[in-house]
Design a protein. Structure first.
Length: 94
């Protein structure tokens, strides 16, 4: 399975989230950790929350939305996914 076919899911059981002044703030109570996503990161989170779990579809959505090269978007999305996974804010199938 390629990295763009990776499945991602937000850890909604253990992560609280809200928007504050345009940023999306994630809170993981077990670690008492906050994580702030910028506008683009917030779009990725909201896509996951609304059921879009394939990285390739998230990349396609952002590429079309921002008229960007998909290879650049893919790199950024994978970096965000890796960070969110390390912080236990999402689950992946890999």
């Amino acid at each position: 399975m390629g990295v763009t076919s990776m499945i991602v899911r937000p850890n909604l059981v253990h992560v609280g989230w809200t928007r504050i002044n345009g940023d999306l703030v994630l809170y993981l109570p077990k670690n008492e950790t906050y994580f702030v996503l910028n506008d683009t990161g917030a779009i990725v989170w909201e896509l996951m929350v609304n059921g879009e779990t394939k990285v390739e579809n998230i990349v396609k959505h952002l590429s079309q939305m921002f008229h960007c090269d998909p290879s650049v978007v893919k790199q950024d999305v994978l970096e965000l996914v890796n960070t969110l996974k390390i912080k236990e804010l999402i689950f992946t199938d890999s």
